[in-house]
Design a protein around this ligand. Structure first.
Ligand code: PAF
Length: 281
């Protein structure tokens, strides 16, 4: 396994692979791999001839005052994990390679980007869609695999792929959780022991919501109010949003049905965590 840092070299590698009739699966990441990423790579290994892992902490999807600088990075360790996971090639460009001087083109998806993370992180999905589209153009994957933890991101990428007629199969994989329920995230490493404990409030809120629904509660506003009360008992929790939305439109719902997804974003100090889950079934 090798690591390519330049767009040109990556394109040459892709051309050679395509000429040899190989299919390519891409797992796009920002690195600092955890078990959740490894499950995406495992799935990728099964799906195509060649498995490419991209590692790029994309500056355009971070807003002012967000954690771009603090985002954990460890290319050495990621390379070892990728090798063990059967990755054929790592693409790890730097920011200047992806956004050279004079760069001026961005991809905007309308509609489903306005709610949730789109509302609280203006410009975030513009950055995500731009970089994912660039990765798709450079690597030309047949399949690309993303985690369901970023539920809205996955919906936005599906929309973009369909709208731009990109011939790529987008696969979503289940959330990976620590034994105590915390959804795996590269950002978890930035939590103090105490805040990591408090962060269990997210998965506990999901369980609480499911219990409320199972007990016959269908009023989304009332359920959200109870979850807010529970999460606010954690001293360092600052709720960004707790919403119940339709899984496809990502519009808020008044009452629970089989399409209802609970989505949460909560800050613990400077670390912002997200989680989500269906409420029925
Ligand atoms: O989910 C992520 O890690 C990032 O948003 C992605 C899709 C790699 C784009 O930078």
């Amino acid at each position: 396994m090798d690591t390519i840092k330049s767009v040109n070299a990556m394109q040459q590698w892709v051309n050679a692979a395509k000429t040899a009739g190989k299919t390519i699966t891409l797992v796009p990441t920002m690195g600092f791999l955890h078990q959740g990423h490894l499950s995406l790579l495992d799935e990728g290994r099964k799906r195509g001839d060649l498995l490419v892992l991209s590692i790029f902490v994309n500056p355009t999807q971070f807003g002012q005052g967000e954690d771009f600088e603090e985002y954990p990075r460890d290319l050495g360790k990621d390379s070892q994990l990728a090798l063990a996971a059967g990755v054929d090639m790592i693409f790890a460009p730097d920011a200047g390679e992806m956004y050279p001087r004079g760069y001026a083109t961005y991809v905007d998806v309308e509609g489903i980007t306005t709610n949730l993370c789109g509302a609280s992180r203006p410009g975030h999905f513009r950055g995500v869609c731009t970089v994912v589209n660039k990765l798709f153009n450079i690597i030309q994957p047949d399949t690309a695999i993303f985690g369901n933890k970023d539920f809205q991101q996955l919906a936005v990428i599906r929309r973009m792929t369909s709208d731009l007629n990109l011939p790529i199969d987008i696969v979503g994989m289940p959330i990976h959780r620590e034994a105590d329920g915390l959804a795996m995230s590269s950002r978890n490493v930035n939590l103090s022991t105490e805040r990591r404990q408090q962060a269990l409030a997210l998965s506990q809120a999901l369980a609480q919501a499911r219990q409320l629904v199972a007990a016959g509660n269908t009023d989304a506003t009332a359920i959200i109010a109870q979850l807010k009360k529970s999460i606010n008992t954690q001293p360092d929790a600052r709720i960004d949003y707790i919403q119940i939305c339709h899984q496809l439109t990502l519009e808020d719902q008044d009452s629970i049905n089989a399409d209802s997804v609970l989505l949460l974003a909560v800050h613990f100090g400077s670390t912002r965590l997200i989680d989500n889950g269906f409420l029925l079934g």
